[in-house]
Design a binder for this molecule. Sequence first.
Ligand code: SAM
Length: 220
Amino acid sequence: MSSDAPPDAFYDIMRGVAALTGNRVVGDLAKLLGDGMPPDLWIAVNHKQIASKRWLLDALAQTMPEPDGPVWVLGAWYGVLGALLLDDERLTISEIVSLDRDPACAPVADKLNRRHLRDGRFRALTADMTGLDFGAQTPRPGLVINTSCEHLDDVPGWLATLPAGLPLLLQSNDYFREPDHRSCVPSLDAFIAQAGLSELWFSGALPTKNYTRFMLIGRR
Ligand SMILES: C[S@@+](CC[C@H](N)C(=O)[O-])C[C@H]1O[C@@H](n2cnc3c(N)ncnc32)[C@H](O)[C@@H]1O
């Protein structure tokens, strides 16, 4: 596209792709573009991010398609994973709680998920995940997802604060070079050891160009 494309060109293209594919998340993203997206939204929906989220959806559909309670997504950024989880017909999810400590994230996540916000199936919170008491939440979370483990200072310390038996889906990576990453792991085995889950239902590694992403599903 030439640099003199009209400012709403991406919006029109996204609406075209939504019409072509019938994909509701693409339609929701198009609306978000029309509303004025944050400048770094593209990083949250680039092909690498979406590939890792598809991998997550496929693994969850195989291991735990019907979590018994709301699904909390921690370090949720702009709420893209919540939108994908609620749109996946293989999954039955009553509600997504999309949490990030960055106050810029919740308003964008709410806009992206506006259909589900209206239906009472989505809410975005601004909080530090390490300060939450999951044992005190009602209803009890059916699953807690953290795809940002590499961003925490102390992954085992955080996990120790969670109720025993809580279902968890965790992702981390070996992208040590990224300055915001504090808890990267060199291998899948190192991630399994770091998490110390009492039950492990899925473990896998997804190589990408610059790093490998790791995922675990199981119980604290
Ligand atoms: C770069 S993003 C997501 C990266 C992740 N690998 C992914 O693909 O989902 C990391 C997010 O985690 C959030 N975050 C980091 N530490 C957090 C904490 N202690 N509590 C809540 N959110 C946190 C950041 O604000 C940021 O939006």
